[in-house]
Design a protein. Structure first.
Length: 472
């Protein structure tokens, strides 16, 4: 019977899974008791075997159902706690109610030593790995995790016992010719699901860059002649210069903040603005080719932190090799988490850095927003009357011809005015005599007509301009 109870403890701990990165060694907490209810179904058969069949019925009659059930529960009361103690689990297991052939016993785990239990159930390598994880967490400054970790392990220990006690009691008592059905009250909770693999990060970052004032960059020039030349460069050449300067600034800024732990490709792309020759904006594209986690943590958190974190990952790899379920996914998710933090740091810091050094408005957007904005850019033109902005459809972005007749050149901001359609006042591109009362508009970067917050999780830009899609 001792082997029976030892196997019970092994079953309970063997069910621990890498549901989260929190399966560690510790000294346990008192766990909520639960009832074990067993019902004997073959008392008469047992009594017949204990006596001759001629007076087995008499023995069955003399030994009451309650007395028979008490014999079984008393045996369990005396044998189970010592066996569990050898596994590092302190518990009481006492009968609280006997009704006929049904006995109710209460299992109360008062303390547990996960380290000792794991050595008995899973071996030295497994238990030693958990010891290392626990030590590493302390070195990483995560002391506050210990209490919650112990609690979660305790919940799994209790659930494992609630699941396995009925199965093993039925099996082992059957070997002693006692047929029972066993259940727990409450029933065991459902098993924790294995971890799901986190989505892979998007290693491409998209920044919209608008240079509305050259003065900040000009003031950085050492010589008066260079400042003059910069202020008077044609817009196309100025943007070419800025884009090259931007690549340098980004590479320098990333290396200063994160060392050489990020391998980056930096490129720029012009706005696909319909008909614009005086563009003020372009796109900065960053492709993160690889991330050296150890190097990144060493630069941002210090060598000691980086060393302990690497040790943690190595130890989790050992648990994976030892067969802990779900550990491969857990390790991958840790890498994904670090990559996301690095990418998020870039997305948050670059706009401020570039605004200070180049005087540019820089906005980080998701790939979805970038692609949609590029599509929108060719479908119209953003125009302003000095206050409000108007999104003029490509067909109407041409104004009027001489004296208001015909059409002007394509890709130009028109004069706009208002008309009433079905009781509604709408803005329209002026033609003919309407141009005399119309307001002239001027080009703005198409992105001024859309709202797209600096949020890499956003999925679509929002129209932020008055739409002009008719003539009047």
């Amino acid at each position: 019977m001792l082997l029976f109870f030892t196997s019970l403890a092994c079953f309970a701990f063997g069910g621990l899974q890498a549901v989260r990165m929190q399966t560690f060694v510790g000294s346990g907490l008192e766990l909520e008791p639960f009832s074990v209810i067993l019902t004997i179904s073959n008392k008469r058969e047992i009594m017949d075997k204990m006596a001759t069949s001629w007076f087995g019925w008499a023995a069955d009659y003399v030994v009451s159902d309650e007395a028979f059930t008490s014999k079984v529960t008393s045996k369990l009361e005396t044998m189970l706690p010592p066996a569990m103690q050898e596994m590092g689990i302190q518990c009481t297991f006492n009968a609280t109610k006997i009704e006929g052939l049904t006995g109710t016993m209460v299992m109360h785990i008062t303390d547990y030593s996960i380290g000792e239990a794991m050595r008995k159930a899973k071996g030295e390598v497994f238990a030693g790995s958990l010891d290392t994880i626990f030590e590493t967490l302390r070195n990483l400054g995560m002391e506050e995790k210990v209490a919650s970790i112990d609690k979660k392990i305790g919940v799994q220990l209790r659930a494992g016992l609630m699941t396995k006690i009925p199965e093993i009691l039925e099996q082992k008592l059957s070997e002693q010719n006692v047929k029972v059905t066993v259940r727990t009250d409450p029933p065991p909770p459902p098993a924790d699901p294995l971890p799901e693999e986190a989505p892979s990060p998007d290693y491409s970052l998209f920044f919209h860059v608008a240079v509305r004032d050259r003065e900040i960059l000009a003031k950085q020039m050492d010589k008066t002649l260079l400042r003059f030349a910069l202020r008077n460069l044609p817009q196309a050449k100025f943007l070419d210069l800025i884009q090259e300067k931007l690549k340098e600034k980004v590479s320098e800024g990333v290396q200063k903040k994160m060392g050489k732990s990020l391998d980056l490709t930096v490129s720029t792309q012009p706005d696909a603005d319909a008909g614009a020759n005086n563009r003020e904006s372009f796109w900065l594209l960053l492709k993160v080719n690889s991330i050296d986690i150890a190097g990144l943590l060493s630069n941002t958190k210090g060598p000691d932190f980086a060393g302990n974190f690497s040790k943690l990952l190595d130890t989790l790899g050992t648990l994976q090799a030892e067969g802990l379920k779900g550990m491969a996914v857990t390790i991958n998710n840790i890498h994904t988490m670090i990559d996301n933090q690095a990418l998020g740091g870039l997305a948050a810091s670059l706009p401020t850095m570039l605004q200070q050094s180049l005087g540019a408005d820089v906005t980080n957007v998701s790939m979805a927003v970038f692609e949609q904005l590029q599509d929108l850019a060719t479908s119209g033109r953003c125009c302003s009357d000095g206050g409000d902005v108007y999104w003029v459809g490509k067909k109407f972005a041409r104004g009027s011809g001489p004296l208001g007749f015909g059409y002007g050149k394509e890709g130009r901001c028109p004069k706009i005015t208002q008309k009433v359609v079905d009781g509604d006042v709408i803005w329209c591109a002026a033609q003919g005599s309407a141009v005399h009362k119309a307001v002239q508009t001027k080009y703005r970067p198409y992105t001024d007509c859309f709202s797209f917050s600096s949020d890499a999780d956003a999925t679509a830009p929002t129209q932020a301009a008055v739409v002009v899609d008719s003539y009047c």
